[in-house]
Design a protein around this ligand. Sequence first.
Ligand code: GLY
Ligand code: MN
Ligand code: MN
Length: 433
Amino acid sequence: MIKQKEYAQRRKQLMRRSGEGAVIIVRAAPARIRNNDVYYAYRQDSDFLYLTGFREPEAMLVLLSEEERAILFCRPRDPEREMWDGAMVGLEGAVNDYGMDEAHDIAELEKRLPQLLRDRDRVFYDLGGDTAFDQRLIGWMHDLRETKRRNFNVPEEIHGLDHMLHDMRLYKSRDELRVMRRSARVAIEAHERAMRACKPGMNEAQIYAELLHTFTSAQCEPSYFPIVGGGANACVLHYIANNQDLADGDLLLIDAGAEYDGYASDITRTFPVNGKFSAEQRELYDLVLAAQLEAIDQARAGNQWDDVHDAAVRVAAQGMVDLGILKGDVDEIIEEEAYTRLYVHKTGHWLGLDVHDVGDYQIDGHSRELEPGMVLTVEPGIYISPHDEEVDERWRGIGIRIEDDVAVTKDEPLILSDGLAKTADDVEALMAG
Ligand code: GLY
Ligand code: MN
Ligand code: MN
C-alpha cells in the first residue's frame, strides 16, 4: 500500500513546484449514475487519489503553497447515512488518517474557498472537468477583483495543473513499483486461471468469469474492461462483448489487468483454445513474441520512447515478409508504414494509476528519453482480418497480441508482469498442467 507519508510528500513536492503564492485546487470524481437510482462503483479521480489516497466523492483538495498547507473539503460523518452506506472518513478522519492540515464540510466550500483565494498570485486548477464548478471558481475570482477598495492581491489567471502533476505521476517511487508488481501478480493469477480453465465449446463469458473470480477474490477490480476474444474476435481491438463460443482450433486473446491500491496492470496473452498451437498460429505467435522481446530490450534509460516501438515494428515487418504475409522490401514497408494494415496500434503506453497513464510522450516535438521509474506496457500485435484477401487464406482470422508491464531502471528493464507463461511451449505446458 502507498503510505500516508508518500501522499504528503507528493503534496509537498507539488506545492514547491508551483512556486510561492499559489493555490492548487483538485476535485474528486463525481459519483456517476448507471440507471435510475443505481450508481456505478465509485472510482476516485487519479490526480486526486495520487495526492490524497482519499476515496470518497464530494471532496475538494486545496493546497496553499506559501504555508505548505493541505485543506480537504469533504462530507462530514453522518450516522444515518453510515447506516445505509457504511463508514465515512469525515473531517476528523481527514486530519488524523489522511494527514490533512485542515478539513471542512464540503457544504462550506462556497463560503471558504473565495477567502482562500485572497492574497494569492496564481491558481492552479484544470478547467473542463466540471463546467459548473469552473463557472463558480471564475465567478469567485471575478467577485474578488470587483471588491471595492481592495487592499489585497487577487489571482488574475487560472493555470493548468496537469502538466506539473502528470510529470510527477510519470516517475514511480519504490513503493509505487511494489504496488504495481502486486497488481501485475493478481493479473498473472487471473490469466493462469483462464488458461487452465479454457476448453473448446466453452463460451468467452465463462473465461471472463474466471478472470473476475481471481480479481474479486484478491479484492481487486479489473483496471479496464477485460477483452476475451476468441478466433477472429481477437482482431477487434476493443472487443468487449465476451459472449461467443470458443471453437476448437482457434486462438483466444485475453487482455486483462487488475487494479490494486489504485494502480493498474495491463497484460495480454494469446493462446490456443484446445491447448495446442497450429503450425501457422505458432509461427505468427513466435514472431509477435520476438518483436516483444526486442522491444522490451529497448526499454532502457537513455533510449527514446520511440525506440521501443521501432524495434518491435522492424522485427514484425521483417517476419511478416519472411512468412509471405507482407510483400516487398522491409525498409520500404517500414518507411511507407505499409505494415500498419496488420500491425495497427502503437507498441505501448505509460502505465500507472490510469491504464493509459498520464505523461508526455514527446518533449519539444522529440520522442521522450526513457528514465528510471517510468513504467510502460510493451504490446506488439498482429491482426489478420478474416476478410483480408491480400493475405494467404491460412493466416486469415488470426489475431495475436502479447503485452507485459515494464519498468525502466538504471540497469536492465524490469518486467513487472514477469512469471506468466509466454513462449508457445510454456503456454502449452501451462494449459496441459
Ligand atoms: N488494455 C488496454 C491496452 O492494452 O492498451
Ligand atoms: Mn492491454
Ligand atoms: Mn496496454
